[in-house]
Ligand binder design. Structure first.
Ligand SMILES: Cc1cc2nc3c(=O)[nH]c(=O)nc-3n(C[C@H](O)[C@H](O)[C@H](O)COP(=O)(O)O)c2cc1C
Length: 149
């Protein structure tokens, strides 16, 4: 059983619905999943539980406004979290070219700077190929949980 905090970044609700559905599907299996729709720094620093980012990409490879404040705080303060497990699910659209799923890369980088431990490879969900992100996200999360230390 895992206790997971999901940090959500979403503009139009796709990533938020995905995070909520992950929580809904995993709860009956005994996992404790907290969905943080507007995550704050204290949400990250008060526990050592695994963090799962579930964000979309906006602008030109940028983070949605719900996730940007905590990202900027992390960049600024860089609270060291050696070994803290994290994973990243990022929604994007490959028609944006070079900035495809850029929000996920930003989150990966800041967690790596904090010495956190990335579990699994980032899941990049392409809106051009996938109509319902949960179809890809749910199997990925189940696999991610199995890999958690
Ligand atoms: C204004 C705007 C800018 C976007 N910029 C990017 C981008 O730079 N890279 C990318 O991969 N996807 C980009 N997208 C696609 C979104 O990330 C994608 O549609 C995602 O599924 C939206 O999720 P959400 O409903 O949680 O906001 C953009 C979408 C919009 C509307």
């Amino acid at each position: 059983m895992a206790a997971i905090h999901i940090l959500v970044g979403s503009v139009y609700g796709g990533a938020l619905l995905t995070a909520r559905e992950i929580a809904k599907q995993l709860a009956p299996e005994g996992h404790q999943v907290v969905v943080l729709e507007n995550p704050e720094l204290s949400d990250l620093t008060q526990t050592d539980e695994p963090l799962l980012v579930c964000t979309s990409t906006t602008g030109q490879g940028e983070l949605p406004p719900t996730l940007l404040p905590v990202y900027l705080e992390l960049k600024d303060l860089l609270p060291l979290k050696p070994g803290r497990p994290f994973g990243v699910i990022v929604l994007g659209d490959s028609s944006y070219g070079d900035t495809f799923c850029g929000a996920g890369t930003l989150m990966e980088e800041v967690f790596q700077e904090m010495c956190a431990n990335q579990v699994g490879e980032t899941l990049r969900i392409d809106a051009l190929e996938t109509t319902d992100p949960i179809d890809e996200a749910l199997p990925w999360v189940r696999d991610w949980i199995r890999q958690l230390p």
